[in-house]
Design a protein around this ligand. Structure first.
Ligand SMILES: NC(=O)c1ccc[n+]([C@@H]2O[C@H](COP(=O)([O-])OP(=O)(O)OC[C@H]3O[C@@H](n4cnc5c(N)ncnc54)[C@H](OP(=O)(O)O)[C@@H]3O)[C@@H](O)[C@H]2O)c1
Length: 124
């Protein structure tokens, strides 16, 4: 299996990508900006854990990652998107207290980002 996981710097993405690499799968591990210590450690430990810089909201970056994966030997079998944000205001405030900038940021990553990632999936 060749799988892209987007949002691996921490949380579910890091756990999932590590587990798959540990089981011998090829994992393209998409981190944002700067790889976390957990990502760097997994890359040192597992041959199949391949780091790729990937902000899910960045279409040119997604296209470059897609080309990099194609050059590396072929198509993906699956794309898993664990990248996501949940603002403090979304956790703590009632819907009437919504912070518009937080809503925009959440939509950009959680909705638009997922749609951009869908362009990388085997289903297209
Ligand atoms: N954990 C749960 O029990 C649970 C339950 C239901 C739903 N969820 C949802 O599942 C998703 C993952 O949960 P989690 O607990 O793993 O969250 P998390 O610990 O907050 O991790 C989210 C990851 O997404 C990355 N990320 C954010 N924006 C990104 C972007 N534009 N491009 C690439 N990566 C980006 C973060 O990177 P940085 O570290 O670089 O910011 C971080 O690595 C979230 O959407 C969460 O709301 C989680």
């Amino acid at each position: 299996m060749r799988v892209l996981v987007a949002g691996v710097n921490q949380g579910l993405g890091l756990v999932l990508s590590r587990l798959m690499a540990e089981k011998g799968q090829t994992v393209y591990a998409g981190y944002r900006n700067k790889p976390s210590d957990g990502v760097l450690e997994a890359a040192r430990r597992f041959a199949g854990f391949k780091m790729v810089e990937l902000d899910v909201t960045n279409e040119p970056m997604a296209a470059a990652v897609s080309q990099e994966i194609a050059r590396d030997g072929g198509n993906l079998d699956a794309v898993v998107v664990t990248a996501g944000i949940l603002a403090d205001s979304d956790r703590e405030l009632p819907v009437t207290g919504i912070v518009i900038d937080d809503l925009r940021a959440a939509l950009e990553v959680n909705v638009v980002g997922s749609a951009i990632m869908k362009t990388l999936s085997p289903a297209g």
